[in-house]
Every structure is written in C-alpha cells, then in structure tokens.
Design a protein around this ligand. Structure first.
Ligand SMILES: O=c1ccn([C@@H]2O[C@H](COP(=O)(O)O)[C@@H](O)[C@H]2O)c(=O)[nH]1
Length: 277
C-alpha cells in the first residue's frame, strides 16, 4: 500500500503542483448557462472534472456545493470522486470535518474508508474541537494509505481571531496545530501524509514550514487575490511540498473543455515555475 504522501509526491513531480477545486456555485452554474439544479450540478461538475482530472495532480471537490442539493447532490459528488480517480488525479475532499471523537470516527469511515462511495485520497479536517478529537481520522488514514489536511491558518481574513490566539507557553493555536502535524509526519519519506491548510493570502505562515514534513494545501490563489509568487515566498522553505488550490479562476474559463484544459496547463506551468526547487 502506498501512502498518500508517496502518491502526492509522485503526482506533483509528474503532473505539476496544481490542485483544481470543483466548486459548483450558483454563480458558476449560471455563468456556464446551466440551471442551479441537480441536473445543472451534474453537468457542471462532471464535465469540469473530465476536463481537468487528466492534467492536475489533484482535484478538490468542495462538498458544500454538492450537499446543497441533498442526496442528489451527494450522488453527483460520488461520481466526481470516481471520475477524478479514474483519470489519475488524487482527490482531496474539502469537507472540513471535525467533531467529538466518536462522531469523527463516522466521518473517517465516510471519507477515508475505501468501502465508502465518498472515499477520497485525503480530506480537510478541523482541529478546533481539540487536536486529539482527530485521532479516529488519523488512525483511519494510516490504515488505508489516505491523508488529512488539517486547517491551520486558513485563507479567510477573519481566521486570526481564533488561529492566532495563544496557548499556554505562548505559541499560537495555529503553531500548536502545526507542531502536532509535524509530529505525525516524523520519519515519513519522501513526504508525510498529514498536511496542513495554509492560505496563500497570509502575510506570514507563523511557523517554520520546513518542519512540517507533509504537504501544504494553499488555497487563495486567483479569486481571493493571492498569486503563486505569494505562495512561493510564504512557503519558500517547503515550496516543493505546496499544493496550491485554485477553483474559481479555473472554472470561470468553462464550459468549453479546451479552454478549461488550457487554463489548467497555463496555471500548472506558472505554479511549477514558482514552486519547483
Ligand atoms: O483556508 C481555506 C480553506 C479552504 N478554502 C476552500 O478553497 C476553495 C477556494 O476557492 P477559490 O475560488 O479558488 O477562491 C473554496 O472551496 C474554499 O472553501 C479556502 O478558500 N480557504
């Protein structure tokens, strides 16, 4: 069984670092000339995935945009996961889950157990019920060669109120979370399976990122105003391990698949130029 870290290292090296977000919002469905309905969602999400998943290292479906249509939306999400994996992309499920340990175990089954129709290569998780509450996710990821991306310093401007608060001893909450993640990755080669989410929009990651030993999922490039150059500057000491995630700036090129593919190729070249060693 290869680990998520090994698979991600190999995909980034062969395909480039870009992760494409699949975010079927009302605005994007309308921009593609589609109804904001389960049918429109299916057309949008599956054709976007078909266009990008053969080129990008990873795709990151944003679960919320599927869940808003209930069970029909979740069925489309299942199809997107299967389509993306069949095209060779890793799937990072952006669900930002976290709860008390026993409920976290159920989330782990849903997103990381290969028996689940929603099983992905990795899932985004929230440590804000305490890092220890993520233990069932960690155990399930280790059992199945999957990965986690733990929210550390997110790209939204409001996040500092919580993430920059300090814990006893004076570290920030975010730094304490990143210390936990670094501990999980210790000794893993060529890349650990436990990643963090650090926005490309930040002024400073507030942590020596070379200690992490795992991937950095970096949203914020494009619609949120950050650039690949920002990501390269912020995460210079670990730039080969950065997975910059771009959703709207790619999807706005649709629905023409050729334009979508061209956008992925252009952004991947740009990302590679800034983030490869
Ligand atoms: O800190 C975070 C964590 C997750 N996201 C998610 O990434 C995409 C960003 O979309 P863009 O269109 O590229 O701005 C979206 O799904 C967010 O929920 C984030 O932005 N920041």
């Amino acid at each position: 069984m290869t680990s998520f870290g090994e698979r991600l290292r190999s995909r980034i090296d062969s395909r480039g670092p870009l992760c494409v977000g699949i975010d079927p919002s009302t605005a994007l469905l309308r921009a593609w000339g589609l109804d904001d309905s389960p049918g429109g969602l299916e057309k949008f999400a599956r054709s976007a995935t078909e266009a990008v998943a053969g080129l990008a290292a990873a795709v990151k479906p944003q679960s919320a945009f599927f869940e808003r249509f209930g069970s029909r939306g979740v069925a489309v999400l299942e199809a997107v996961v299967a389509d993306a994996r069949a095209a060779g992309a890793l799937v990072v499920m952006d669900a930002k889950r976290g709860d008390i340990g026993s409920t976290t175990a159920a989330y782990a089954q849903a997103y990381l157990d290969p028996g689940s129709p929603l099983a992905a290569d990795a899932v985004t998780v929230s440590p804000y019920l305490g890092f220890g509450s993520l233990q069932p996710m960690i155990d399930t990821a280790l059992a199945h060669g999957a990965g986690l991306f733990v929210l550390a310093r997110t790209s939204n401007p409001e996040a500092g109120e919580v993430q920059l608060a300090t814990v006893p001893g004076g570290r920030t909450v975010a730094a304490a979370i990143m210390d936990h993640v670094a501990g999980l990755n210790r000794g893993a080669e060529p890349l650990g399976s436990f990643g963090v989410v650090l926005g490309a929009t930040l002024d400073d990651p507030g942590y020596p990122v070379e200690r992490l030993g795992g991937p950095i999922l970096a949203p914020g490039v494009g619609a949120q105003g950050a650039t690949f150059a920002d990501a390269a500057r912020l995460f210079a000491a670990a730039r080969r391990d950065v997975l910059p995630s771009v959703s709207r700036a790619v999807l706005a090129e649709g629905p023409d698949p050729a334009r979508l593919r061209a956008a992925v190729a252009r952004l991947n070249d740009e990302a590679r130029a800034h983030l490869s060693a």
